[in-house]
Design a binder for this molecule. Structure first.
Ligand code: FUC
Length: 739
C-alpha cells in the first residue's frame, strides 16, 4: 500500500498511476480540484520514418465546492489495484475509488459521500490536442486525429445518483448529486500491422461498446470483474523480506521514504518496491496492447522526455526483465507482438543502411510503426531476441518457439551472418559497433560481441529444442565460437572495447560491456570465473552514483556476481527519494514520492529492473549443466542433442540457484511463485540467513539441478509434480551423491 496525507500537486513525482495495459491515468486526488490525466498507449505521432512521440490523451478535471478538508488520505492498494481518496469536509465524509479494468477496457471512478446531495461541481475534459467536446446523454465525447492521420476518441460517461446533471457549454454541471461514477473509455485506430498501413477501424465503435457494457454494470460488478482478472495474476508471487518496525511502516509513504533515505531499515518497503514493479507491469503491458514505453503508458504532455519511446539500448529491454521471473509471462506478449510487427519495416530500413544484409535491426529510438531514429544500434534487434528466447526458456512453450520466436531469431542471426567481418587474428567482429552511449563507432565493441554471442547461443538452443535446421545450427556454432570474446585489460577490467583503453575513473551510466553478466549469461561466476572477476573490477570502478535505471542494472549485476551486500546497497541507493525532475544523465538517480523511478526525470525502466534485481537476489536459473553419460548429447561443441529412448534427461538443463545473493538485511523471509528457466516455479523460505525450505513445482519442466550454496541435487519431476526440500534433505542428498 502506498499512501499520502496530501493531494498530489506534481504529475511525475506525486500523482499515482493506474492502468489496464492500454488505458492509463495519473490521479492527483485534489479535494476542491480533482485532476485525472489520462493516456491511451497507441496515441503516437510519427510513422515508419519519423519517430514522432507518444502523446497525452487529455485531462479530466473536476471542481467541487467543498470546504477545507480534514483526515485526508489517498492510497494505492497494489493487491487490488485500487486508488482511493478519503477526507471529510463540511461535516461530510467523502470517498473516491478509481481503477482500470483490463476485462472491461475502461477506467472507473466512483465519487461517494455519507450524505445525500453532497456533490455539486463541474466536470471538464480537455483533449490533449484541443479536439472539441460534444455532450449528450450525460457523456462527453471527444474525437480527433493527429497529423499522421491517427484517429482517436475518448468517451466519459457520468452516472449519477440523486440531484441533477446538466450540460453547461463544453462541460457537465453536477447539482447536489448523492454519488456518481465516471466511466472512461478511449482508443485509436492504430493497428499493429504494417501491411494495413498501421491503421484499423475508427475507434468509435469499440469505445462505445466498452462504455455501454460498463455502464450497464454496478460499481461493485465492475470492480469484481477487474479483481477476478488482476488479483490472481498479482497473487502469483508473495514476498516477505523481513519485518519493519511499526513506527516506520505506518508512516505515509513520502515520510517513510524520507526516513529510509536517512538509513532506517525497512524491508517491507523494499518488498513494496518489488510489488510495485509487478503492479506497474500489469498496469502497462497486457496482451493486445503496446509494450511499456519509457514511462509505461503514463505520458504527461505531448513532449515527454525522449518522446516516451521504446529505447533499444537498455530501456525497453529492462522493462521486461521482471516479467518471466516474477510469473507474469503474459505481460511479455505486447513486447513480442511489437517486435513481430516491425520486422518488414525494419528489414527495408536496415537494407537502406547496410545494403548487403538479410534480417533487420533498429536505431536507438523507436515508435510503434517501426520508425526508428537517432543512432543505429546494430545489436538492438538481437537484444530484443533475448527476451523472445527468455519467454521460451521459462515456459518451454515449443509452439511459441517454433511459430513466433525462432523465425525472428533466425532472421536476426542472418543479419549478423552477413554483417560480421573477420579481423586480422581470425576472430569475427562487428565492423561498426558502439558501446551505448559511450565513445566512437569502432570494430569489435564488447557490447556487440556479447549480444551477438547471446543471440547465436540461444538460437543454437532453440534449434536443439525444436529438432530442426541442423545445418543452420552447425553454422551458428562455428560462428559463435569464432566471435571475439571480451578481453581482460591492464587494470584487470573487462574490456569495453577491443582496444585496452578503458579509463578506471570512468563513471559512465551505461555498463554495456557487462551485458554478458546480466541480462546475458556468457560470463558467469562458475563457468568463466576470470571474466566474472574482471566484470567485478569494471563494475567497482564504474561506481554506484548514477541515473535511475543504471543504479538498477548495477544491482542486477551484483546479484549475478553473488555480491549480496553490494546488490542491497544499490537497492537502498535506488529507493532514495528525490524531488529532482530535471534531466540528469550522470548522477542523482532514485525514486519519487510516488515511488516511480527517477532517473531523473521519471522513467519506468528502473521500477521494472529493481523488481527483477530483487528476484535475482533470491533465485537465479541462468547457469546450465549437461546431463547424460560423458560425451552423450553434449551440445557445447555443437553436435546434435541426441535424445535416446529412455534417456530423456540427456542434454542441457538449468541450475536453479536458491538464495544466491541474500543480504544480511533480510535475515528471515520467504518468497513464493518465482519462476525458473526450464518451466518451474519455486517457493523459498529462510531464517537467520539460511535456507529452511524450498518447494519446486514443475509447470512443464522435467529436469533441473537445484543448488543451495555449494550443495546441488539433480531433480526429475513430471510436469505438474512438485517436490519439497528441507535444507537438511538438500545437504544430505548432496553428500550422498558426492560420496
Ligand atoms: C538512454 C540513456 C539515458 C536515458 C534515455 C531514455 O539514452 O542513456 O540515460 O535513459 O535512454
Amino acid at each position: 500500500m502506498l499512501f499520502y496525507t496530501e493531494p498530489a500537486t506534481e504529475w511525475q513525482s506525486q500523482a499515482l498511476p493506474i492502468g489496464n495495459g492500454t488505458l492509463g491515468a495519473m490521479i492527483f486526488g485534489g479535494v476542491q480540484h480533482e485532476h485525472i490525466q489520462i493516456n491511451v498507449d497507441s496515441l503516437w505521432t510519427g510513422d515508419e520514418h519519423d519517430t514522432g512521440c507518444s502523446q497525452n490523451l487529455g485531462d479530466i478535471t473536476i471542481d467541487f465546492n467543498h470546504g477545507t478538508a480534514s483526515a485526508y488520505r489517498r492510497q494505492l492498494d497494489l493487491s487490488t489495484a485500487l486508488h482511493t481518496v478519503t477526507y471529510a469536509a463540511d461535516g461530510i465524509r467523502y470517498r473516491r475509488d478509481g481503477f482500470a479494468s483490463y476485462p472491461g477496457r475502461v477506467l472507473v471512478f466512483r465519487f461517494d459521500a455519507d450524505r445525500s446531495g453532497a456533490y455539486s461541481g463541474d466536470i471538464h475534459f480537455a483533449d490533449g490536442h484541443q479536439a472539441p467536446n460534444s455532450l449528450a446523454n450525460d457523456a462527453i465525447t471527444s474525437a480527433g486525429a493527429l497529423g499522421n492521420g491517427l484517429k482517436y476518441e475518448t468517451q466519459i460517461r457520468i452516472l449519477a445518483t440523486g440531484g441533477a446533471v446538466s450540460a453547461a457549454g463544453d462541460h457537465y454541471h453536477l447539482d447536489h448529486v448523492d454519488s456518481f461514477l465516471l466511466i472512461v473509455a478511449a482508443g485509436t485506430n492504430f493497428l499493429a500491422d504494417s501491411s494495413k498501413g498501421w491503421r484499423g477501424p475508427d475507434p468509435h465503435a469499440a469505445v462505445t461498446t466498452a462504455i455501454d457494457a460498463a455502464a450497464k454494470l454496478s460499481f461493485d460488478a465492475l470492480k469484481k470483474a477487474q479483481e477476478n482478472d488482476y488479483c490472481p495474476l498479482f497473487r502469483r508471487v508473495d514476498i516477505h523480506l523481513g519485518e519493519t518496525a511499526r513506527a516506520q511502516a505506518s508512516l505515509p509513504t513520502d515520510q517513510r521514504l524520507a526516513k529510509y533515505a536517512e538509513g532506517v531499515a525497512d524491508p517491507e518497503l523494499e518488498a513494496l518496491s518489488f510489488d510495485y514493479g509487478r503492479y506497474l507491469l500489469l498496469s502497462s503491458s497486457r496482451p493486445g496492447g503496446l509494450p511499456a514505453n519509457l514511462q509505461g503508458i503514463w505520458i504527461e504532455n505531448n513532449d515527454p522526455p525522449w518522446r516516451g519511446d521504446f529505447h533499444s539500448d537498455i530501456n525497453v529491454q529492462m522493462n521486461y526483465w521482471p516479467s518471466e521471473v516474477t510469473n507474469l509471462s503474459e505481460c511479455d506478449l505486447p513486447f513480442i507482438d511489437y517486435v513481430n510487427s516491425i520486422r518488414a519495416v525494419r528489414a527495408e530500413a536496415t537494407r537502406g543502411k547496410w545494403s548487403n544484409v538479410r534480417g533487420w535491426t533498429v536505431c536507438c529510438e523507436n515508435n510503434p510503426f517501426g520508425g526508428s531514429g537517432w543512432l543505429w544500434n546494430a545489436p538492438g534487434s538481437a537484444w530484443y531476441c533475448q527476451q523472445l528466447w527468455q519467454h521460451y526458456a521459462y515456459t518451454q512453450d515449443k509452439t511459441y518457439l517454433q511459430g513466433v520466436a525462432y523465425p525472428i531469431m533466425k532472421e536476426v542471426c542472418e543479419f549478423w551472418q552477413d554483417h560480421l567481418v573477420t579481423n586480422s587474428a581470425g576472430r569475427l567482429v562487428t565492423p561498426d559497433g558502439w558501446s551505448p552511449e559511450h565513445g566512437d563507432f569502432e570494430v569489435g565493441v564488447s557490447y556487440d560481441q556479447e549480444i551477438v554471442w547471446d543471440l547465436f547461443n540461444n538460437t543454437i538452443d532453440a534449434v536443439n529444442a525444436l529438432g530442426i535446421d541442423a545445418a543452420f545450427r552447425d553454422t551458428l556454432v562455428a560462428l559463435r565460437d569464432k566471435l571475439l570474446v571480451p578481453g581482460i585489460g591492464k587494470w584487470g577490467q573487462l574490456m569495453e572495447w577491443a582496444e585496452d583503453k578503458d579509463d578506471p575513473n570512468d563513471h559512465h551510466r551505461h555498463v554495456s560491456h557487462l551485458y554478458a553478466v546480466y541480462p546475458g549469461d556468457q560470463i558467469t561466476v562458475d563457468k568463466t570465473p576470470e571474466l566474472a572477476k574482471a566484470a567485478d573490477v569494471s563494475l567497482t570502478h564504474r561506481g554506484d552514483d548514477t541515473t535511475g535505471w543504471a543504479i538498477v542494472w548495477r544491482l542486477c549485476l551484483w546479484a549475478r556476481l553473488r555480491d549480496a551486500e553490494h546488490a542491497h546497497k544499490l537497492l537502498r541507493d535506488y529507493l532514495h527519494v528525490t524531488t529532482d525532475t530535471n534531466i540528469n544523465y550522470d548522477t542523482g538517480g532514485g525514486i519519487y514520492q510516488n515511488m516511480l523511478c527517477a532517473c531523473p526525470p521519471f522513467q519506468i525502466d528502473g521500477n521494472f529492473g529493481s523488481t527483477a534485481g530483487i528476484a535475482e537476489m533470491l533465485l537465479q536459473s541462468h547457469e546450465t549443466y549437461y546431463a547424460g553419460a560423458e560425451g552423450e548429447g553434449r551440445e557445447e561443441d555443437g553436435r546434435r542433442e541426441e535424445r535416446k529412448e529412455g534417456s530423456e534427461d540427456v542434454g542441457k538443463h538449468y541450475i536453479i540457484d536458491l538464495l544466491p545473493a541474500l543480504p544480511s538485511a533480510w535475515p528471515s523471509g520467504s518468497v513464493s511463485g518465482l519462476c525458473a528457466r526450464g518451466a518451474f516455479t519455486v517457493d523459498i523460505a529462510w531464517r537467520a540467513g539460511k535456507l529452511t525450505k524450498a518447494t519446486l513445482i514443475s509447470t512443464g519442466g522435467t529436469t533441473c539441478r537445484v543448488r543451495y550454496q555449494s550443495h546441488t541435487v539433480d531433480v526429475r519431476l513430471a510436469p505438474g509434480q512438485s517436490r519439497e526440500f528441507s535444507v537438511d534433505e538438500l545437504t544430505k542428498e548432496f553428500a550422498r551423491a558426492h560420496r
